[in-house]
Design a protein around this ligand. Sequence first.
Ligand SMILES: Nc1ncnc2c1ncn2[C@@H]1O[C@H](COP(=O)(O)OP(=O)(O)OP(=O)(O)O)[C@@H](O)[C@H]1O
Ligand SMILES: [Mg+2]
Length: 229
Amino acid sequence: MTVTNETQLKVSHLHMAFGGVEALWDVSFEVKKGEIFSIIGPNGAGKTVLLNCINGLYRPQQGQILFEGRDISRSRPYQRARLGISRTFQKIELFKGTTVLDNIRLGRHIHLRTGLLSGAVYFGKTAREEIEHREFIEREIIDLLEIEHIRDKVVGMLPYGLQKRVELARALALNPKLFFWMSLSQASTWKRSRIWLDLFWTSMKRNAGRRPASWLNMIWVSSWIFPTG
Ligand SMILES: Nc1ncnc2c1ncn2[C@@H]1O[C@H](COP(=O)(O)OP(=O)(O)OP(=O)(O)O)[C@@H](O)[C@H]1O
Ligand SMILES: [Mg+2]
């Protein structure tokens, strides 16, 4: 897959302070379409704060964020998600009491077009729409991430690595254009990181094939460069 010259995300002069703590000070960078971009810094450097500003969870005191040329600095998190910005979390954030499939479906809800009433009746268009979404999840997510064997399992009962995979599945169910991956802790080995990277690479290629007009970019957020093991 080729990296284009077109800018997908442009962050300019971001400032964010919590009282006397300057978490972000004049942060600027650009991500091109088709690019895998890394944000690396030691603990407390401001990576999570930066990501929260781009996702809209935090409102920076200064600066601008452009996504595909559009100013999203003041958009709400769900509006940014609708534009195709998706993420995982540093500490896994899933609905632990529900099944893997239900968690993945939640990532897809943003694409539902039918209203409350037709949804309640579950008829015609609503039923068709649900079938389409189910097929997308089966084909593009469950298959790709090889999680068929746990699809009906309750998330809270799964080991950490599989939960992280479910979180990735939910983020990809949004069919994102820009995807933030919060790396596992330092304890994660290089070999394991390679497995994740291979997975992203496959997803990106698949996504580019399906939607040539748009791209899945990945921003890898991590506190280390040279993991051991
Ligand atoms: N909600 C908050 N209120 C007050 N201070 C905060 C808040 N969030 C972050 N900070 C501070 O901002 C700074 C940057 O924190 P941040 O969590 O972004 O670091 P990080 O790079 O993600 O670190 P790590 O690698 O440990 O995840 C830290 O000094 C942190 O204490
Ligand atoms: Mg962090």
